[in-house]
Design a protein around this ligand. Structure first.
Ligand code: ZN
Length: 233
């Protein structure tokens, strides 16, 4: 009995150590980084709908084209933009090829500077607004300005979100990029599995003009567009 008595604390500390390693090595579903590619034969066309200081509306040139052509796409939505564009958002959310996802409520440019509670609140507030407005929960999250660190990523993943970034930046918020440069750049970079990023809030200055040609050309190369939820990510 004395032998067991001595070995129990050892076994207990060994188990505690193993449990500690398990927590460190196997956090449930956590990823080392944000998702930059889909695992499917397709390209995910994503748009950010941010509003910070000035009022922003949906870029109808982009939106009407995508709807008319029934091209699957994803919009990452923020709170103020959603409130300002409520009616249009509700209309497009009924289309089966449109996906509305979470870009945080307040679009704080540096979410890595927030506390874990504040980070979670940013995602939860937007999610609640989407439930109220369009009756759907969000499942993918994109950080404002793409700024995050390990702690920020983990806080969002703890809410069961998949954090989505992009494969390469289109650069469309840059006013000096002409539609033809944007088209050439996008066509030279895009491969199957890519997650494209543009802006649908009026800050993608050449996007509306460039998009039909970008889409036609990519389709001509045999690429098809998919929603993130069909991307096996
Ligand atoms: Zn944004």
């Amino acid at each position: 009995m004395r032998r067991y008595g001595r070995s129990f604390p050892m076994i207990r500390s060994l188990l505690t150590l193993l449990a500690g390693c398990w927590v460190v090595l196997s956090p449930c579903c956590a990823r080392a980084d944000a998702i930059e590619k889909v695992n499917a034969d397709g390209v995910a066309l994503t748009f950010d709908a941010c509003e910070t200081r000035t009022a922003s509306r949906f870029d109808e040139k982009i939106l009407s084209y995508l709807i008319e052509q029934k091209i699957p796409f994803t919009v990452f939505m923020t709170g103020r933009f959603a409130n300002r564009n409520r009616k249009r958002l509700q209309e497009i959310s009924r289309l089966p090829f449109v996906e509305i996802e979470n870009h945080s409520f307040n679009h704080r440019q540096h979410m890595e500077r927030l506390t874990a509670d504040e980070i979670r609140k940013e995602a939860q507030d937007l999610d609640e607004l989407m439930m109220e407005m369009i009756g759907r929960k969000t499942k993918f999250f994109r950080f404002p300005a793409g700024n995050y660190d390990r702690k920020t990523l983990r806080a969002i993943e703890d809410l069961h979100y998949k954090v989505v970034s992009w494969t390469y930046p289109s650069g469309d918020p840059d006013k000096s990029i002409t539609p033809s440069r944007l088209t050439d750049w996008t066509l030279s970079k895009t491969r199957t599995g890519d997650i494209l990023i543009f802006h649908i809030n009026g800050r993608g200055y050449g996007t509306g003009e460039a998009l039909p040609s970008i889409i036609r050309n990519l389709q001509g190369k045999g690429l098809k567009f998919i929603k993130l939820e069909d991307g096996n990510i």
